[in-house]
Design a protein around this ligand. Structure first.
Ligand code: ADP
Ligand code: MG
Length: 699
């Protein structure tokens, strides 16, 4: 059936009519036949199968079981009265529960008689029950043997009579109208190779499955298709960038790199660092512009990789810049990089929002003349007034704090765009990296420098406060320093600010001078004051740093070995992980204490337990993905491409991997996708690229 047909407004479909059409548009955003076709059931009630009680699992929703009632009792009286029946088969027992109609049901229930019980499972730990089950004395073929899709709905739809049954009927009419035939979007070859059922069959089975296996095949096929076309577009874009933009060719590794590498490297590189540097060198020498994402957990040593990369640019007579999201971080990069580069004859400057006007003018001049080799800075570097003589390399630290538009500003700072290396310490689950950053090449530092001791992480509440204080004092006695971090979602939120100040005051009370020195840093302070307090802590003049999350990224104080996070339940997982990464940077045993209130929500509990359970950023990122979903994880601004119809990046990694492989191999064999055998793919792509939809978000 032609796709033009599917663009018809929903009003024309049998069983819809103007009123229903309006409701469907308003409530579910269904405008066309195609929209209707793509409203997939969000679950299915499978009454083709009978379960044994022993095999019930938490993941199941509605089940039917054959068994007998062995015991009945009423519990409580009045409003809380309920009827509980023990229901058994040979493999175990569950409870059936009624809150309404108790008297009548009790009179009619028969013990020691076979029933088919059907309903939704509720779990309390390992115990399981069904409230208000459907009970039948015999197997009724009209009820059993049915595989029923449940469609998304809204209160309004339900109250206006557009029930699940009606939606099913409408979709069934759609299938009748097109004779159940829909155009294929994939090639024969691809379908054969990946064992995919054809599209018409898949669409029928997703709406009207006759058994579990058929449904699974349909879901696989449709998810594969969705992910395949996303990947195909991302990879084509990547290819296009490579062809369109000539890259600067850095084929020389010269004296800066070699001298530094041989004489001034402060430590041996880890194998992961060496591998990544090699990947970068190959890229920059390849005639195409480098667009590479460097992922490495906190403390994995990305800075030295950035530095060596800059030296390659300098060896090829180009300038380099490194941009960081906060002033503190830029400052820190500046001080560590300029001291590392001190033995070489290289000019490095720092440019931030608070660089005085006079100094700024000199920096601008020296950049333009080429006298300045390396510029480290914050957003200030993006400004159009910042003009380079010949920018060859732009490095962006903590990439996720910047937008795509800002990356683009750096591109424009040279006629041939500079090589771009973006770094992130927030591990991104692989499925997201392949989708969000699928047009970038990916390097991963998956190894920490040697000698790092694991950080002990503990969960404590107010009840343990005194013990935590004693612990802090003990550590300070040993010569260590301590961070205490308060949540500050929005720097302007006055309540958070008050919490922080109260915390600071009580810290000063509990840790009195002159034995203890306490610093404070937060977003409301002037940059100079912030820098001053940071400096006192970095130099070891203060023992305790009370701070908001401004210290989240990048701060490096090896002697600080204790991280206390207050109201830890209010932080996201990646933030907690980043905060913990501030300690464990020196030779000493380090600790992270997560302070929370007593009662936690399920999600908060999962986060805290995950933190206590692992230090692996990628593992935590996977937990985060399951908790929050891809859109929330990446921020709404970038989430367009993540709004998928059927695929779910938190669950479908294997499908995504094969879809990406399939897209790569197609582009390899048929780079312009114009061979006859791929015509179905070509026309689908054309339609996607010309059209609306999610593709425009890929940038
Ligand atoms: P991040 O990846 O979080 O930016 P950094 O580059 O700040 O990590 O490195 C963290 C710490 O580890 C720094 O003190 C750095 O000097 C040190 N470091 C980095 N690489 C190595 C290595 N190969 N051997 C020993 N120490 C290293
Ligand atoms: Mg860093």
């Amino acid at each position: 059936m032609s796709d033009a047909f599917l663009e018809k407004p929903i009003d024309y479909l049998k069983g819809v009519g103007p009123n229903r059409a309006q409701l469907l548009r308003g409530e579910l955003g269904i405008h066309t036949y195609k929209d209707m076709l793509c409203v997939f059931p969000n679950r299915y009630i499978d009454r083709t199968r009978f379960y044994k009680i022993g095999e019930l699992a938490q993941s199941q929703a509605d089940v039917q079981i054959i068994g007998q009632i062995t015991h009945i009792e009423t519990i409580n009286t009045g409003k809380h009265k309920r009827l509980v029946a023990t229901f058994e088969d040979a493999t175990g027992q569950i409870e059936l529960v009624w809150f309404r109609g108790v008297k009548w049901i009790q009179k009619n229930l028969k013990t020691h008689t076979d029933y088919v019980a059907f309903g939704r499972l509720n779990w309390f730990g390992k115990k399981c029950s069904i409230a208000h089950p459907e009970l039948d004395l015999e197997i009724d073929s009209k009820k059993q043997g049915v595989f029923q899709p449940i469609y998304p709905s809204t209160e309004k739809l339900a109250s206006r009579g557009i029930s699940n049954r009606i939606i099913r009927q409408i979709i069934s009419n759609l299938f009748d109208e097109v004779n159940s035939r829909f155009s294929e979007t994939l090639s024969e070859e691809l379908m054969n190779y990946h064992n995919l059922i054809d599209r018409s069959k898949a669409l029928r089975a997703i709406h009207f499955p006759s058994h579990q296996n058929e449904l699974a095949q349909a879901q696989y096929r449709l998810k594969f298709e969705e992910l395949f076309f996303i990947q195909l577009q991302i990879l084509r874009r990547k290819q296009h960038l490579k062809n369109k933009f000539k890259g600067l060719v850095f084929d020389k590794v010269g004296s800066y790199f070699n001298e530094f590498y041989q004489q001034h490297l402060p430590f041996d590189l880890t194998n992961a660092q060496k591998r990544v540097i090699k990947e970068i060198r190959t890229d920059m020498g390849s005639k195409a512009q480098m667009n590479r994402l460097l992922q490495g957990d906190v403390g994995s040593g990305k800075t030295i990789v950035a530095l060596l990369t800059m030296l390659i640019a300098l060896d090829n007579s180009y300038q380099a810049t490194l941009v960081a999201p906060t002033e503190i971080l830029a400052q820190q990069h500046y001080s560590s990089l300029s001291s590392l580069l001190d033995p070489l004859d290289i000019n490095v400057e720092l440019l931030t929002g608070s660089t005085p006007r006079a100094a700024r003018r000199i920096i601008h001049e020296d950049l333009e003349s080429g006298k300045l080799h390396v510029l480290i800075g914050t957003h200030a570097v993006f400004e159009p007034t910042v003009i380079f003589n010949n920018l060859g390399l732009a490095i962006i630290d903590e990439q996720h704090k910047f937008g795509v538009a800002q990356r683009a500003k750096l591109w424009k700072k040279n006629t041939i765009p500079p090589h771009v290396l973006v770094m992130t310490a927030t591990p991104i689950p692989r499925t997201l990296a392949m989708t969000m950053y699928g047009d970038l090449d990916l390097s991963i530092i998956d190894e920490l420098p040697p000698g790092r001791k694991p950080i002990t992480t503990a969960h404590r509440t107010d009840r343990n406060r005194l013990a935590v204080q004693r612990f802090i004092k003990d550590e300070i006695k040993k010569g260590r320093q301590v961070y205490i971090v308060y949540p500050l979602i929005e720097e302007s939120q006055s309540m958070d600010y008050k919490d922080l100040m109260d915390g600071y005051e009580s810290m000063v009370r509990d840790f009195p001078q002159p034995d203890y020195q306490v610093s404070i840093v937060h977003g409301k302070m002037k940059p100079e004051a912030k820098a001053y307090e940071m400096k006192r802590f970095v130099e070891g003049h203060t023992h305790i740093m009370v701070a908001t999350t401004v210290i989240e990224v990048g701060v490096n104080v090896p002697n600080a070995s204790v991280m206390i996070v207050e109201s830890a339940e209010r932080f996201g997982l990646s933030q907690l992980h980043q905060l913990r990464g501030r300690v464990g940077r020196g030779a000493d045993k380090s600790y992270c204490v997560l302070m929370t209130k007593e009662k936690l929500s399920t999600d908060a509990n999962t986060r805290i337990n995950a933190m206590v359970g692992t230090q692996d950023g990628f593992e935590l990122a996977e937990v985060d993905l399951k908790l929050r979903g891809p859109g929330n994880l990446m921020g709404t601004q970038q989430s367009g491409v993540l709004q998928m119809i059927i695929a779910d990046l938190s669950k479908d990694q294997p499908i995504l991997e094969s879809a990406r492989k399939a897209a790569l191999s197609l582009l390899h064999k048929d780079p312009n996708i114009n061979s006859e055998v791929n015509s179905a793919i070509t026309s689908t792509l054309l339609q996607l690229e010309s059209g609306k939809g999610i593709w425009k978000y890929i940038s």
